[in-house]
Design a protein around this ligand. Structure first.
Ligand SMILES: Nc1nc2c(c(=O)[nH]1)N[C@H]1C(S)=C(S)[C@@H](COP(=O)(O)OP(=O)(O)OC[C@H]3O[C@@H](n4cnc5c(N)ncnc54)[C@H](O)[C@@H]3O)O[C@H]1N2
Ligand code: MOO
Length: 403
């Protein structure tokens, strides 16, 4: 059994950011930039009015009241063809370019108009209500750096910068194979000794949530022929993930069948609970992550190993967020396996996080997993801990995607 941290570093070293592809801006949300996005224009392109009112020379309105002569009008989308001279003003609207000669805008509420005679009732201040050229961004400036997960705000910024196509890392293609004679698909008739393949669906959903494209290879029987036939479907995947058949029994064949087909085994078995029989290797060009069949084991291993691999392939930092919380109940001393306990989170009256482990930590309990807000991480051989002791947690909920 190797430590969890070593297993993670071995998994991560097998992946690097995938090549770039070009996507249209509306498809860019949630993708990761493969190069810097540069502004193709300056914003605003010229000095603009921020208000509806009158473009003036500040010196003409330094004292109020001041009487000016309106010599024209400028709306957003057009420009005043001329120059404002002493004692002159131009009617201006929000988003219109400031006429030459003007350096300030007086809002219309502070004026009175009689024909082209405009009385400014409040003294004006130089540069008031003017947005200068390029204050938002300048042509050529980097708006979004390479390696950034594009948010809706970034998409808006790229649009403002007049960038209609973006180079992003290709999405990782993840082949998912469930195994087990007893495993059937949801909706199929389920015999009394069978179980529905929840693993494949949870894994697909996790892959989608973290930017990958899952494709399901189906359910293989526990026979060398069936496993060989279905794993062949992963030939063009960036990663093959199997679930089940990882352990010690006579029908746990994934490792041996893939071994016979030439898989280069990197590691098998890690010091972790749940998830001890995790396997990692490479079959030809395709890395293989062999997950245990127990649903909680397969999912927790995916959070710890599959998610970082997905992030790395998209050029993102794979480090996960860990927080501190106080224990809601005492926990026993730990053995040699790093323990990931399913727990709920709440806040104490003082606002501190309280992690309350579920009473049963059995790795078959999908209902408990679904209700968990976090995993409490107990290092190998951690001593017994009391209620209110501080522990490290791995949040499962609360981000833009809940794991
Ligand atoms: N003698 C030993 N037995 C076991 C050991 C061990 O070290 N020595 N390890 C245990 C641990 S820990 C785990 S975890 C499991 C993992 O076993 P496998 O990966 O071989 O998983 P299976 O036997 O195929 O299945 C386990 C369990 O999960 C159910 N399952 C399988 N696939 C799915 C699926 N797609 N969706 C939902 N549920 C699934 C399956 O029916 C079993 O109930 O081994 C222990 N045994
Ligand atoms: O590691 Mo197994 O995952 O304890 O159930």
């Amino acid at each position: 059994m190797i430590p969890v941290a070593e297993a993670l570093s071995r998994v991560l070293s097998a992946f690097s950011p995938l090549p770039a592809e070009l996507v249209a801006l509306p498809d860019a949300l949630g993708r990761v930039t493969a190069e810097d996005i540069h502004a193709r224009l300056s914003q605003p392109p010229a000095s603009m009015s921020a208000m509806d009112g009158y473009a003036v020379r500040a010196e003409d309105v330094a004292q109020a009241p001041a009487i000016l002569r309106q010599v024209g009008e400028v709306q957003a989308g057009s420009a005043f063809d001329g120059r404002i001279g002493p004692g002159e003003t131009v009617r201006i609207f929000t988003g219109a370019p400031l006429p030459d000669g003007a350096d300030s805008v007086v809002i219309q509420e502070d004026t009175e108009a009689e024909g082209n005679r405009i009385t400014v009732l409040q003294a004006g201040v130089r540069h008031r209500h003017v947005r200068f050229a390029g204050i938002d961004f300048q042509a050529g400036q980097i708006g979004v750096p390479a390696g950034k997960l594009l948010t809706a705000r970034d998409v808006g910024l790229a649009a403002a910068m007049n960038v209609p196509w973006i180079r992003v890392h290709r999405r990782p293609r993840i082949a998912i194979l469930a195994t087990g004679n007893e495993v059937v698909l949801p909706g199929d008739p389920v015999g009394s000794n069978q179980i529905v393949s929840s693993n494949a669906f949870a894994l697909s959903a996790l892959v989608t949530a973290f930017g990958g494209v899952p494709f399901n290879l189906g359910v293989a029987f526990d026979t060398p022929e069936s496993l060989a036939e279905l794993t062949a479907g992963a030939w063009n995947a960036d990663l093959l993930v199997t679930s089940g058949g990882a352990s010690a029994g006579e029908y746990d064949l994934v490792r041996s069948v893939l071994g016979d087909r030439g898989m280069d085994l990197d590691f098998y078995k890690i010091a972790m609970r749940p998830g001890k029989p995790l396997m990692f290797g490479r079959l030809g060009d395709v890395p293989v992550l062999g997950l245990p069949g127990n649903p909680v084991s397969s999912y927790v291993c995916s959070v710890l190993f599959l998610r970082p691999a997905l992030l790395r392939m998209q050029g993102l930092d794979p480090t996960e967020t860990r927080l501190k919380a106080r224990l809601g109940v005492p926990v026993k001393q730990n053995d040699q396996r790093e323990d990931y306990m399913r727990a709920t989170l709440s806040r104490s009256p003082a606002g501190e996080l309280i992690a309350q482990p579920f009473e049963s930590q059995d790795s078959s309990l999908v209902s408990v997993l679904a209700r968990a807000d976090c995993l409490i991480v107990r290092p190998p051989f951690a001593p017994a801990a009391s209620k209110d002791d501080i522990v490290e947690i791995l949040p499962l909920t609360g981000g833009s995607f809940s794991l």
